[in-house]
Design a protein around this ligand. Structure first.
Ligand code: ACO
Length: 331
C-alpha cells in the first residue's frame, strides 16, 4: 500500500489582530514587526471558539474535498500545542466526536510547529503497514490562549487557525508520498517552551491561567531555525535525487519571512515556488503548513500531481521535511 495526500481544508477565524492593534498593547511598531518578521496581521479565535472547533471546520472541508464519507476515516491525529484541555481528553477525540466518528483511533501529537509533518509521517506509516486506510490529520491551534500579550517578544508572532488533510491508501504509486524526514534535539528545549504548565514546573502554580504561556529566546531560535531547516531540505532533496527546480510549491513553516527567504535562497528557489502566508496569518504553529497548502488550493495554484516540499521547525526542538505530490483534484 502507498499513502496519498488526497485533500486539504482550512479554517481561519474571522477576527483580525493587526500590527497597529498590537501597538496599543505593547511597546512595538508596525514597522518593526513587518521588517523583522514579515507579519502584518494574524487571526484570533472568538472567546467561545476552542482549538477543536477550529479543527472541525478544517476537517469537514478536507473530508468533503476527498470525496469520502466521514465514516470512512479510521484514524484521526491532531497536531497541537494549544489543546482544548492540557491533560485529557485529547483534542483529537473531541474533534472525532464533533465529526460524528465514535469508534475511530484518535490522539494528539505534540511536536509544536513541526506537528503537521510529524502527523503526516505517522499517517503514512499506518497506511503503508496496512493498518489504516483513511487518516485525517489536523493541525489546529488557538495560540492566543497560550500567548502572553504583555510580552512583545512573542505576542507579535502568533495567530490562530486550523488546517486538515486526508491521507489515503492506494495501490498506485504514481502520486504516493515520496519521503518524510523528522528529527528532534531536546538539548535546545529552553529556546522555546511553556515552562510552567506541567509536572516539570517546580516554581509556578501550574493551574493558574498564565501557566502555559510561551517563552522564547527569539534570536537564538532564529539562527538554529535557518541552519536546521536548510540542512534538512538539502538532505531530503539529495537523498531522493530531486532538484529544487522541479518543486512546484515550497511550503515552509510560516514563522518569519526572513527565515523563509534565507532557506529559499539557499535552495535557489524562485519566488513563484515559495508559498508565503506569514503576512496575513502570522505563526500558527501546527496549523501553519496545512493553512498554507489550503491557500494555494483555494487560489487554484495547487493542481493534481504537483510536487510539494514541506519544511518545518519548532519547539522541542523539532524539525521535519516532506516530499509530497498532491494526490487530490485541483480547484
Ligand atoms: N517591537 C519592538 N522591538 C522589539 C520587539 C518588538 N515586538 N521585540 C524585541 N524587540 C527589540 C529587542 O528588545 C531588541 O532590542 P535591543 O537591541 O535594544 O536589545 C531588538 O528589538 C532586537 O531583538 P531580537 O530578539 O534580536 O530581534 P530579532 O531580529 O531576532 O527578531 C524575532 C525577533 C522576530 C522573534 C526573531 O528572532 C524570530 O523570528 N525568531 C524565530 C522564531 C521561530 O522561528 N520560532 C520557532 C517556531 S515557533 C513554535 O514552535 C511555536
Amino acid at each position: 500500500m502507498y499513502a496519498v495526500f488526497r485533500s486539504i481544508g482550512a479554517y481561519i477565524p474571522e477576527k483580525i489582530l493587526t500590527n497597529s492593534d498590537l501597538e496599543q498593547m505593547v511597546d512595538t511598531t508596525d514597522e518593526w514587526i513587518f521588517k523583522r518578521t514579515g507579519i502584518k496581521e494574524r487571526h484570533i479565535a472568538a472567546d467561545n471558539e476552542t482549538t477543536s472547533d477550529l479543527g472541525v471546520r478544517a476537517a469537514e472541508l478536507a473530508i468533503e474535498r476527498a470525496g469520502i464519507n466521514s465514516s470512512d476515516i479510521d484514524m484521526l491525529i491532531c497536531a497541537t500545542i494549544s489543546p482544548d484541555y492540557f491533560c485529557m481528553p485529547s483534542t483529537a477525540t473531541i474533534i472525532a466526536t464533533k465529526l460524528g466518528l465514535d469508534k475511530v483511533t484518535s490522539f494528539d501529537l505534540s511536536a509544536a510547529c513541526t506537528g503537521f509533518v510529524y502527523a503526516l509521517s505517522v499517517a503514512r506509516a499506518f497506511i503503508e503497514s496496512g493498518m489504516k486506510k483513511n487518516v485525517l490529520i489536523v493541525g489546529a491551534e488557538k495560540l492566543s490562549a497560550i500567548t502572553d500579550y504583555t510580552d512583545r517578544g512573542t505576542c507579535i508572532l502568533f495567530g490562530d487557525g486550523a488546517g486538515a488533510a486526508v491521507i489515503s491508501a492506494s495501490d498506485d504509486k504514481t502520486h504516493a508520498i515520496i519521503d518524510i524526514h523528522t528529527g528532534s534535539d531536546g538539548a535546545y528545549a529552553d529556546l522555546l517552551m511553556s515552562p510552567n504548565g506541567g509536572s516539570g514546573s517546580l516554581h509556578d502554580d501550574p493551574l493558574k491561567e498564565s501557566a502555559c504561556f510561551m517563552k522564547m529566546k527569539g534570536n537564538e531560535t532564529f539562527k538554529v531555525a535557518v541552519r536546521t531547516l536548510t540542512s534538512d531540505v538539502v538532505a531530503i532533496l539529495k537523498e531522493n535525487n530531486i532538484s529544487s527546480s522541479t518543486i512546484d510549491h515550497f511550503i515552509p513553516h510560516q514563522a518569519n519571512y526572513r527565515i523563509i527567504k534565507a532557506v529559499g535562497d539557499a535552495l535557489n528557489m524562485e519566488e513563484r515556488q515559495v508559498v508565503l502566508t506569514v503576512e496575513k496569518y502570522g505563526n500558527t504553529s501546527g496549523a501553519s503548513i496545512p493553512m498554507a497548502i489550503n491557500d494555494i488550493y483555494e487560489s487554484g495554484r495547487l493542481q493534481h500531481g504537483d510536487l510539494m516540499l514541506l519544511d518545518a521547525f519548532g519547539g522541542g526542538l523539532t524539525w521535519g521535511s516532506a516530499l509530497v505530490p498532491f494526490g487530490g483534484k485541483g480547484k
